[in-house]
Design a protein around this ligand. Structure first.
Ligand code: FAD
Length: 620
């Protein structure tokens, strides 16, 4: 009934969609097996892509040739560049998405991608031949052979939904839980754990009084995610802001005795930075209000997402409390909030390619690895899809360094440090974040995506042009003399000291509150010169000139770190036989089995002294 596939992807969430698209575009014959084809690329929680550090990841996925950025651009209803008042390392694109259109656009994209077949069914096990993954087994008893298997089960493995005292088996509201895979993998020697996450109620927008809330507009000149020729939004939908109050909190407290979290029925750890409303009022008892973002779920639907009000309290308590929020007095609830517990596999069981250490040709990507978030899932899916394709074609593994991409940071953290609570990305996790900006993901990664056979010729030409133009503009700025008479009025207006003799434009841009646009505004010849170039090249040149010294310093730090990465540990070492290593280092090194000294150095509990011992042992 089925041919033998190159890559079988299990699950069509954000990880699975990127994995399937990447492997197929690179030339693999792919089967995407998922429980419900109507929920392909479903946004389980908030209808939004990007945000702080997550937006950078979407840009990186796009730069490599992934699809999440394009789909987000095609289906967003609002765009904001967050943190614009901070330095460019912090600028983070965020889009409010049309949930239904997002899922539809992904599905149509996958249908139009050559080399992808679909199969709707629950996958209940992995076919193992000669100690390697060789396909899948389904709940109908069908075996489908594949050279590599990518598991992206999200929150579905033995999922249990909690609403008050009620417990329902399910992978997401109204969807079945997945059974069989965890049990089989544990039998094969994998370690599994339990995590939880939660979601807020959705309400009927027609029942809300927006006039009593604060309107939150999109950016005046919205940007976008993809480096391709997608078009920025011409019109946008607003979100709204309101607040809880003490009355809301008191009502919520009446549900605490039925709370699955407080009564100990939920064992798994939840996302620390995305707490439920009951968790917030419990932990921050002195706060008399919490912010609520009221977010439309699409262009036309009346459904509204109540961001900040995640809850697993009984549904009647949720509704009663909601109606005490300003603007929500007559709110009608479409769906209650809930919490979900699910299995995950501690990611220290993976290689940096996301292939499992225990079972060759089996890859894990997304929430199954203990992460949370669409963006974190999408980038892992992309990397697993690339690596599965490369492995079966005997090509080199594709691993990104921490200094090259947030994706590199994420995977390195997961594999080396593991996680016992849902892992989400933050800019603070990236030590080289000044290099990992959303504005330069294409410069960092598109050539790599092109060499892999994933990013197409048009992307490559696009970034080549940007690099060329940026270089030209930088040279110009560093040479262009500006006379005091041309700029001093503007400097004074901006609170910057006047210049006494001519200065290069590049020097002026290095001042704290002077940007390239300011110089162009004051000096017509600069404006005329810059008008010949693309806006993204001008922006790039401005950033590179302004932050030159930081960027140069960071590159040199990254080069030092990468020397350690070049020390590859070829042999499988029994670390117990190196007496000078600390007991903790022996245990952790044995568990992680690092591929390089650099990777060893980042394992928590492995000290610089342990690294010196290891270097001596390896004769370095
Ligand atoms: P998913 O998007 O979950 O997709 C899994 C896919 O696999 C689905 O298509 C499913 O049908 C399929 N599947 C699973 N098992 C099988 C099987 N055995 N056979 C066939 N198909 C299978 N993220 C945040 O960042 N912040 C939040 O606040 C947040 N809250 C959440 C609340 C809830 C209730 C849920 C469910 C998720 C929440 N998330 C949140 C997480 C976010 O939805 C996920 O991180 C993201 O969707 C993970 O993507 P994924 O591709 O790994 O898995």
């Amino acid at each position: 009934m089925f041919p033998e596939y190159d890559v079988i992807v299990v699950g069509a969430g954000h990880a699975g969609c990127e994995a399937a698209a990447a492997a197929a575009k690179m030339g693999s014959k792919v089967l995407l097996a998922t429980m419900n084809m109507n929920t392909i690329a479903q946004m389980s929680c908030n209808p939004a892509m990007g945000g702080v550090a997550k937006g950078q990841i979407v840009r990186e996925v796009d730069a490599l040739g992934g699809m999440s950025g394009i789909i987000t651009d095609q289906t967003m209803i609002q765009f904001r560049m967050l943190n614009k008042s901070k330095g460019p390392a912090m600028w983070s694109p965020r889009a409010q998405s049309d949930r239904m259109r997002f899922a539809e656009a992904w599905r149509l994209t996958l249908e139009q991608t050559e080399n992808i077949d679909f199969w709707q069914e629950m996958v209940s096990g992995i076919e193992v031949v000669d100690g390697k993954a060789a396909g899948i087994r389904t709940s109908l008893g069908i075996t489908i052979r594949g050279k590599a298997v990518v598991l992206t089960n999200g929150t579905f493995l033995n999922g249990i939904i909690h609403i008050g005292e009620k417990q329902l088996g399910g992978g997401r509201a109204a969807e079945k839980a997945a059974k069989g895979i965890t049990e089989q993998l544990v039998e094969l020697g994998f370690e599994a754990g339990r995590m939880k996450t939660g979601t807020p109620p959705r309400v009927d927008g027609r029942s809300l009084d927006y006039s009593r809330m604060e309107e939150q507009y999109g950016d005046e000149n919205p940007s976008k995610f993809s480096y391709t020729d997608t078009v920025p939004l011409q019109q946008q939908r607003s979100c709204y802001i309101t607040y809880t109050n003490t009355e809301v909190h008191e009502i919520l407290k009446t549900g605490f005795e039925k709370s699955p979290m407080f009564q100990g029925r939920i064992q798994g750890l939840g996302p620390r930075y995305c707490p439920s409303i009951e968790d917030k009022i419990n932990r921050f008892a002195d706060r008399d209000r919490h912010q609520i973002f009221v977010e439309p779920e699409g262009w036309n639907t009346v459904e509204v997402y109540v961001n900040g009000f995640s809850s697993s309290l009984p549904e009647d308590v949720q509704l009663k409390a909601l109606r005490k929020i300003v603007g929500f007095e007559n709110a009608k609830m479409f769906r209650p909030g809930y919490a979900i517990e699910y299995d995950f596999f501690p990611p220290t069981q993976l290689n940096l390619t996301l292939e499992t250490k225990l079972l060759e040709n089996l890859y894990f990507a997304g929430q199954i690895n203990g992460t949370t978030g669409y963006e974190e899932a999408a980038c892992q899916g992309l990397m697993a899809g690339i690596n599965a394709h490369n492995k079966i074609n005997e090509k080199e593994p594709f691993v990104l360094k921490r200094s090259e991409a947030y994706i590199g940071v994420l995977i390195d953290d997961l594999v080396n440090k593991g996680t016992n609570e849902p892992y989400r990305m933050f800019t603070s996790r990236a030590e080289h974040r000044i290099l990992l900006r959303q504005d330069n993901a294409d410069i960092r990664l598109t050539k790599l995506g092109y060499d892999l056979g994933l990013a197409d010729e048009a992307r490559k030409k696009n970034v080549d042009k940007k690099i060329e133009e940026t270089g030209e503009i930088i040279a110009y700025l560093n040479n262009k003399p500006i006379e005091p008479g041309e700029i001093n009025t503007l400097l004074e207006d901006l609170g910057s000291a006047p210049i006494l003799e001519k200065q290069r434009a590049g020097q002026l841009i290095k001042r704290p509150n002077i940007e390239i646009e300011h110089i162009a505004l004051a000096v017509p010849s600069v404006a005329e010169y810059l008008s010949k170039f693309r806006a993204d090249s001008v922006e790039q040149a401005g950033i590179q000139v302004k932050y030159e010294s930081y960027i140069v310093k960071e590159y040199s730090m990254a080069a030092k770190m990468s020397e350690l990465e070049n020390y590859i540990i070829k042999e499988r070492i029994d670390y117990r036989n190196i007496p000078a290593l600390s007991a903790e280092a022996k245990e952790k090194l044995l568990k992680v089995n690092p591929e390089t000294i650099g990777q060893a150095s980042r394992i928590s509990g492995v000290t610089p002294a342990d690294i010196s011992v290891l270097m001596v042992y390896l004769g370095k």
